[in-house]
Structures are given as C-alpha cells and as structure tokens.
Design a protein around this ligand. Structure first.
Ligand code: FES
Length: 105
C-alpha cells in the first residue's frame, strides 16, 4: 500500500530549480522539479551525508549536484556519478488536476 501525500500545486514547480515542500510528519521536505515538462520528486536529503538538498542541491540539466562534496545524482535513475553505492530515491508522482501527489512509501 502506498502512502500518497499532496505536496504542492504543479504551478509551484519550476524547470531548472529544486523546490522544497514540507510534508507534515516527514523529517525532510520533498524536492520537486520538472524534467522535460514532467514533475520529478525526491527526498530533500543528500544520500551521502544527510544534508539538506534544499540548501546544498543544485540542478545541472537532469542531474542533482550536492555542493557539500560535489556528488552528482542522475534524476532518471537516481544513480550517483561519484559513488555507485549511493542512490537518490525518486518518489512516484501522480498528478490529480493541478496537484502534485507523491508516494512516500
Ligand atoms: S553531503 Fe552531499 S555530496 Fe556529500
């Protein structure tokens, strides 16, 4: 069973930016961006060392770069370009009207 939560409106998501949206009861905000016009959502924490991607993450094309140590994470796969043991989770996204919902589980 999925734990689906509403995160934001689609109009609040901007291509080329990592927007952070707090979710009640969840430690890290959900980060949402647009890739090729489609919303992509991920946890707001770097899998390398538990720092906030809302503060230290930047988008370079379809790759999230964490500025703390410079690691890159491909949004298509979650794969880390610098350490194959690391993986950036992506949440399943569902659009309902203009609302972005993500499956946290
Ligand atoms: S904490 Fe993000 S790359 Fe090290």
């Amino acid at each position: 069973m999925a734990l689906r939560v509403r995160v934001c409106r689609l109009a609040e998501v901007v291509a080329g930016e990592l927007r952070a949206f707090p979710v009640t009861g969840v430690t890290w905000p959900v980060i949402v961006t647009l890739i090729d016009g489609a919303p992509v959502a991920m946890p707001g924490v770097c899998p390398h060392d538990d720092v906030a991607l809302a503060d230290y993450g930047v988008l370079n094309g379809a790759t999230v770069i964490c500025r703390v140590h410079g690691y890159g994470f491909e949004l298509a796969t979650g794969r880390c370009e610098h350490d194959p043991r690391l993986y950036l989770r992506r949440y399943r996204v569902t659009l309902l009207d203009d609302d972005v919902w993500v499956d946290l589980l």
